[in-house]
Write a protein that binds this ligand. Structure first.
Ligand code: SAH
Ligand code: SF4
Length: 344
């Protein structure tokens, strides 16, 4: 059986070589009506409906639990091979955003990140990424307008699967989301960022890059990836990155108390940004504390002082208070906090 959520229209049409329009009808049921019961696909002949149920399967993630806060719902899923991944639906003022996972765990090993703890267990397949959107949509009735690859994993280390999932998310025959509303967040894999810039599909998505420190030595201390993908080389790749008019690269900066959060650090970061001022916007993310970690969230006045340095130099800056702090907001935290003995 094939995983339906991994298939493009082209692949599906091949399965129906004599009647390719059947593929389009099927896609229409699934991605426009969120209908995955073949028996209810009334414009398909009965015989075909039966055949389809032996050709394609939809579901491979089992919902284990949800955690609700006022402004977010977190979903913990179990894969067929028993691994846990999470997705977060975030309620913004006038729309919703879904944060999806791209890998089980992560090999990058950032010191402050809960996802890094077990290393990389495996890449997610395209259908497991698309299914996060489908399940959350069906479970909540919310069709998220934005999708951010900011859950567990390093999306650019799982390039082909993330690309295919993105294709299904943005294609008119698929979920038909706007390319401008899909964001790929990376720890800064330079070769993959270059690959993305040469890829017409990926280039049109938003690029977010986790900078997290204003100099190489501090960044190396927090993010081992900086050993091979240095801060200078990373910024050079970002200066070279082609952007269409009006778009910016988002620089993400997790603020950790006493480590990278002083106005001095902000001043040190500035020249990197001001070299191409119109190219960037900055997202400041106050550190989301987790049990057992020595890292702390800075006090509010310190966060604002950091921001002030950037804004006084006309850098577009936004403070992203993690949604649903009380439901363990940062990536990988639900999974690591979850007691597996509760799962049936
Ligand atoms: N691997 C990708 C995407 C997932 S992490 C990346 O690193 O960009 C998404 C964002 O969450 C990153 O900017 C990361 O720095 C941040 N993050 C990780 N742990 C965090 C925590 N405990 N509190 C706040 N932000 C965190
Ligand atoms: Fe991986 Fe991103 Fe966490 Fe770093 S911050 S360990 S790259 S998920």
């Amino acid at each position: 059986m094939k995983h339906f959520f991994s298939l493009t229209r082209e692949e599906l049409r091949k399965d129906f070589n004599k009647e390719p329009y059947r593929a389009d009808q099927l896609l229409n049921w699934v991605y426009k009506h969120f209908q995955t019961d073949f028996e209810k696909m009334s414009n398909l002949p009965k015989g075909l409906r039966q055949e389809l149920s032996s050709m394609y399967s939809f579901w491979s993630l089992e919902l284990i639990t949800t955690l609700k806060a006022e402004d977010a719902i977190k979903f913990l899923f179990k894969t067929k091979d028993g691994l846990k991944i999470e997705s977060v639906l975030i309620f913004e003022k006038d729309h919703t955003t879904l944060c999806v996972s791209s890998q089980v765990g992560c090999a990058i090993g950032c010191r402050f990140c809960a996802t890094a703890k077990d290393g990389l267990l495996r890449n997610l397949q395209p259908h497991e990424i698309v299914e996060q959107y489908m399940q959350v949509s069906i479970l909540t009735g919310e069709r998220a307008r934005n999708v951010v690859f900011m859950g567990m994993g390093e999306p650019l280390a799982n390039y082909e699967s993330v690309r295919k999932a993105a294709q299904i998310l943005v294609s008119s025959w698929g979920l038909d989301l706007s390319k401008r509303r899909i964001s790929i967040s990376t720890s800064g894999l330079i070769a993959q960022i270059k690959k993305m810039s040469n890829d017409p599909l990926m280039r049109d998505l938003n690029l977010a890059v986790s900078i997290n420190a204003p100099n190489q030595s501090l960044r190396l201390n927090l993010m081992p990836i900086s050993q091979t993908n240095t801060l200078n080389d990373l910024f050079q790749a970002l200066y070279d990155y082609p952007l269409s008019k009006g778009r910016r690269i988002m620089l993400e900066y997790v603020l950790i108390s006493g480590l990278n959060d002083s106005p001095k650090h902000a001043l040190e970061l500035l020249p990197y940004i001001l070299k191409k001022p119109g190219k960037f916007k900055v997202n400041l993310i106050p550190y989301n504390e987790e049990p057992g970690s020595n890292f702390k969230r800075p006090p509010m006045e310190r966060i604002l002082a950091f921001q002030e340095v950037l804004t006084s130099h006309h850098v577009m800056t936004h403070i992203r208070f993690s949604k649903g702090k009380d439901i363990l907001g940062a990536c990988g935290q639900l999974r690591s906090a979850y007691n597996p003995s509760l799962c049936g």
